[in-house]
Every structure is written in structure tokens, then in C-alpha cells.
Write a protein that binds this ligand. Structure first.
Ligand code: ATP
Ligand code: MG
Length: 263
């Protein structure tokens, strides 16, 4: 039996494309026949909103069956999985209460590993090929939990003048997390929201390709209004408009992700 591969999408820079990339790579993997579980680790609920309308997302957020209560009460996450409208694609929803998770973690024994332990049974069941986790734009105890529960980190970076600012902090943080999670690997940096007519796209790509020890995905995602329309309709861009540029680019990125993970 192939193992369950866990990938988190993290960058402390807000708006870098974490949720969009997690949702669309997740959907594309499920479409290829892989069994995928998405975990919405952010109080903004954006990963959940990528698949369900606002009313349903708020209903899940207000119920007791969401990631916040599971982590606070250190429960097995098996009971918190909901099916999305798509085959092979499930989700663990989030809650706005995730904003206070740091306080709840603070007093807990071995607090860095709570998410990892909550996912143990799901991983052992072999039910999923991939678990993809979305993170908030922070670096703290909760993101540390997500990194400790992951085999790989994928870093979406926005091709903008401030897109690279703060990346050094992320690398420092990951280096510290590796002291307690030595198997965590950085899968690579994926550049998002690219406008090829702007000079800083070339600069961003050049700067990132010169970084040591970090792979730069050759597939990048350009700015495309279809992404926003798809999100407005709670759909992956592939479902909203398969012929769109970003749908094609996410398919390519997903292939490249697959070529880089060990399964
Ligand atoms: N390729 C794209 N083209 C156009 N808009 C995009 C694209 N990718 C993302 N966006 C938009 O950019 C914004 C930020 O994207 P997203 O929410 O995925 O980033 P994030 O890193 O998850 O943000 P946060 O740090 O707040 O969690 C969203 O409004 C999204 O609709
Ligand atoms: Mg997000």
C-alpha cells in the first residue's frame, strides 16, 4: 500500500496564493484519481469556501465538527471529515475560532504534535493518497503543528514587489521546526499571481532561482480573473472553466508536484 503523503501550503506573507493553490492542486489530484483529504487550517475559511457556499461553510464553522474543536480537545480527526461535491475529495472544515488556537495549545503537553497525532488514524487507514493542509499567514505554534504533521512544505510566492519580503523568516522558522521534525522537506516554491508584463516577475523568478537548496517550480500561475470567478462560485477553476489559462497552469503545477513527491 502506498503511503499517505502530507503536503502543507505555507507562507507568512498574506495573500500569496496558499489557499488557491491548495484547493486547485487538491482538486486536480482528485481528478487524476488520487484520493485527497484537504484540511482547512485557517480561520479565514478560504479552503472550505473553495468548495462550499458561504452558508454551508458558516454552518460547519459554527458546529462542533470542525478542526478547532478537534485540536482543542485532541480528538481523532476521522470523525471530522466531510465529503465535498467531488469524487475522491474530502475536507476537514475550519472555524473562525481558529484565531484562538494558539491560546488553547499553550498549556498542552507536546503541543507541537497535536495535529500530527490527530491525523495518525487517518494516515494509518490508507484511505487517502494525499492530505493537503492550508495554513494561516503566520509563524507560530499552530503553523508549527501543521509543519510537524507534514512530509512536505510547498511555498506559494506572489510575484509582487513585496512577495519575497519575509521569506527569510519563513526559512528560519522551517529550520527551527526541522529540529523537532527532521523529516520535513521543502517541496519547492511556486510563483503565483504572475503578470508577465511587469518587470518584477522576471526579478522574482531570477531571485528565487538563485536560492540554494530550494526547488523553484517551473510551472507558475498567472493572474487570471477565472480564479476569482471560480472562488466566487465556490468551485475549483478546473470545474468553473477548464479551458481557462489558470486551470491549465494548475494542471501543469500538479503534474510537477507529483513528479517531486516520493510515494
Ligand atoms: N492566479 C490568480 N489570479 C488572480 N487572482 C488570484 C490568483 N491567485 C490568487 N488570487 C487572489 O488573490 C487573493 C489571495 O489568494 P489566496 O487567498 O489564495 O492567498 P493566501 O496566501 O491563501 O492568503 P492568506 O494569507 O490571506 O491566507 C485572493 O483574493 C485570490 O482570489
Ligand atoms: Mg489563505
Amino acid at each position: 500500500m502506498a503511503k499517505t503523503v502530507t503536503i502543507c501550503f505555507a507562507n507568512n506573507k498574506g495573500g500569496s496564493g496558499k489557499s488557491t493553490t491548495c484547493a486547485n492542486v487538491g482538486y486536480d489530484l482528485s481528478r487524476m484519481g488520487y484520493r485527497v483529504l484537504l484540511v482547512d487550517g485557517d480561520m479565514q475559511l478560504n479552503l472550505s469556501l473553495s468548495f462550499f457556499d458561504e452558508d454551508r461553510v458558516l454552518e460547519m464553522a459554527q458546529s462542533e465538527k470542525n478542526l478547532y474543536y478537534a485540536i482543542r480537545d485532541q480528538k481523532d480527526l476521522t470523525d471530522y471529515v466531510v465529503a465535498t461535491p467531488y469524487e475522491n475529495l474530502d475536507l476537514i472544515p475550519s472555524s473562525t475560532l481558529m484565531s484562538q488556537i494558539e491560546f488553547d495549545l499553550f498549556t498542552k503537553w507536546q503541543r507541537e504534535y497535536i495535529l500530527k497525532k490527530s491525523l495518525e488514524n487517518i494516515k494509518a487507514s490508507g484511505k487517502y493518497d494525499f492530505i493537503l493542509l492550508d495554513t494561516p499567514p503566520t509563524l507560530g505554534g499552530w503553523v508549527m503543528n501543521i509543519l510537524c504533521a507534514s512530509d512536505y512544505l510547498l511555498i506559494p510566492v506572489e510575484a509582487s514587489p513585496w512577495g519575497l519580503f519575509g521569506l527569510a523568516n519563513l526559512f528560519d522558522f522551517v529550520a527551527r521546526v526541522r529540529q523537532i521534525a527532521p523529516d520535513l522537506q521543502t517541496l519547492g516554491i511556486a510563483v503565483t499571481k504572475v503578470n508577465e508584463r511587469k518587470n518584477y516577475f522576471k526579478q522574482t523568478f531570477e531571485t528565487l532561482s538563485e536560492l540554494d537548496n530550494v526547488y523553484l517550480f517551473q510551472s507558475y500561475i498567472r493572474v487570471d480573473a477565472s480564479i476569482e470567478w471560480a472562488q466566487d462560485n465556490s468551485k475549483p477553476v478546473e470545474v468553473y472553466k477548464a479551458s481557462s489559462r489558470s486551470a491549465m497552469e494548475y494542471r501543469k503545477l500538479t503534474e510537477e508536484v507529483l513528479s517531486r513527491v516520493n510515494r
